[in-house]
Write a protein that binds this ligand. Structure first.
Ligand code: GRF
Length: 195
């Protein structure tokens, strides 16, 4: 059984969708831990309710960046991580981690990458830009994480329509619903390919 470590910074509805996929038998894996960069977020509560260990590791606690990277790496090793799953994690993954877990870090992004990816494209900003540009469709993308933001190879996408009178909030909700289906499915497919 492979171990997943989830990274989240907020509500964690995608984290929940992975938990649900495991409990319903759609995804064969164990979530060995949650890593967050802040306290008091709903993701930590979700972990607690599901008996998943959680650790808060914030860059602010370290005076040297190298010590921060090392703390993250040691935590991942103690969680025996096979696959890192970013689920609304709003911090850059340090290069040391990307190098140590090359090809083993997945992210989900609420647009059809390469459109609306990179710096500044997070949360409602993404959906606002899609609507302002008059796009007729949007969606979500699961991709491998590399050192360049939102740039790694795409593993799967789901499209949704953009309607005439859409708001960023309505579009976000429509995309999020698809994220919850796509992410566990791609994680499952990807884990089967890992040795
Ligand atoms: C999702 O829209 C995801 O695509 C993006 O961050 C959001 C996280 O939402 N990376 P949640 O915390 O999983 O509800």
């Amino acid at each position: 059984m492979k171990n997943i470590v989830v990274f989240a910074s907020g509500g964690g509805s995608n984290f929940q969708s992975v938990i649900n996929a495991i409990s319903s038998g759609k995804l064969e894996a164990k979530i060995s831990g949650l890593i967050t960069n802040k306290t008091g977020i709903k993701s930590i509560e979700r972990a607690r309710r599901n008996n998943i260990a959680s650790e808060v590791i914030s860059k602010k606690e370290f005076s040297e960046y190298a010590d921060y990277e090392k703390a993250l790496l040691e935590q991942l090793q103690s969680f025996s991580a096979d696959l890192l799953v970013l689920a609304g994690y709003l911090r850059k993954i340090p290069d040391l981690i990307i190098e140590s877990y090359e090809g083993r870090i997945l992210n989900i992004h609420p647009s059809l990458l390469p459109k609306y990816g990179g710096k500044g494209f997070y949360g409602l900003n993404v959906h606002r830009a899609v609507i302002e540009n008059g796009d007729k469709e949007s969606g979500c993308t699961v991709h491998l994480v590399t050192k360049i933001y939102d740039d790694g190879p795409v593993l799967g996408q789901t499209k949704v329509p953009v309607f005439e009178n859409d708001t960023p909030e309505l579009l976000a909700a429509r995309v999020l619903e698809e994220e919850h289906i796509l992410y566990p499915k791609i994680i499952s497919e990807y884990l089967k390919k890992l040795d």
